[in-house]
Design a protein around this ligand. Sequence first.
Ligand SMILES: C[S@@+](CC[C@H](N)C(=O)[O-])C[C@H]1O[C@@H](n2cnc3c(N)ncnc32)[C@H](O)[C@@H]1O
Length: 404
Amino acid sequence: MRLHRNLCFAVIDGLTLIFNEGKYADKVIQQLLKRDKRWGSRDRAFVAETTYDIVRWKRLYAEIADVKEPFDRDNLWRMFAVWATLKGIKLPDWKYFEGTPLRKIKGRFDELSKIRKFKESIPDWMDEIGKKELGDAIWTKEIAALNEQADVILRVNTLKTTKEKLQEVLFDSDIETEFLNGYPNALKLTERANVFATEAFKKGWFEVQDASSQLVAEFLNVEPGMRVVDTCAGAGGKTLHIASLMENKGQIIALDIYGNKLNELKRRAKRNGAHNIENRVIESTKVIKKLYDKADRVLIDAPCSGLGVLRRNPDAKWKLQPDFIEKIKTTQQDILQQYSRMVKVGGQLVYATCSVLPSENQEQVTAFLKSEAGVNFELLKDKKILVHKKGFDGFYMALLERKA
Ligand SMILES: C[S@@+](CC[C@H](N)C(=O)[O-])C[C@H]1O[C@@H](n2cnc3c(N)ncnc32)[C@H](O)[C@@H]1O
């Protein structure tokens, strides 16, 4: 591979914004990709993937390059040189790479690869939490899997098309996909491609949604005609899936504390042809109380650490803080206590997170079932998805039924 100066500059500019100005990697990359209209798909892939790679391996590369935060541009070029060297890419004779100690880089890499927190490039606290909650052997495998690049998975919108038809249409646009056993509406791209530019996407025939995430709406056992409350709907990834499973029949009430996220859901629902979703911003507890005992199904796709989706959000390694995880656990239990009251007798509730930590998952459900609010509920089943076992995002989901 030959390095192109303007693409490498884009990467360094992006890293400055992400590391030094606290900007989100996905937003920064979106902006970078708009920089030069002449860039082809390979150029764009280089900018996006290299930036994500260096974000993902920040701690390891900084250690090898012997640089400390806040990084100046020189420091970032040194980290870039580490990235290229470890990838076996020949460094051009640009001034930024003068004196790069190639052999020392490889030696330091071998040394640091013996220590998990450096090898996997994670903060000390994260390594400790992972080890404490999952045990040393499982955490070692899980964090390694969380550092791999995620596949692109689509969820077919069955309100508009079928999996077979979508596969055919994408094939005609040179995008090859395959079915995934056990995931009825999923198509996996065999090679990365900009699916958002396709006509099929614009017509609402699919959404990009990881395979594990696609299991959540399935877990809720919805049927056409039901009243379903999606309590933490956000921009509606799962709401839209629920709408397609309900064939647009019945009522979906999508709640969130952020109106802007629900506005995005409204836009997506229109594209998806989903007509039975009503958005309500949770401005006070009144919104929740009005729905007590009213829902056939309630989904709590709870706010969480996101430790199961680090493959997609590698900068979360550096943005997450242990005290945030402690706070979010309190929120998760509060939400379970309050929102479970919307389930009517005989109705069902799914509690889900995209975390792999038992303290955010099964331990929350156990605590809920032991509490006053939970005594009338029974756990029907739960699923713990680890990335190293399934190859898809880390998720947890529990199905509970209200008995009385
Ligand atoms: C895991 S995300 C939801 C993702 C979304 N369900 C999807 O599938 O795209 C959690 C959501 O919970 C929302 N949230 C945080 N605290 C909340 C609360 N107390 N009540 C309701 N929603 C809350 C956040 O704004 C966020 O959108």
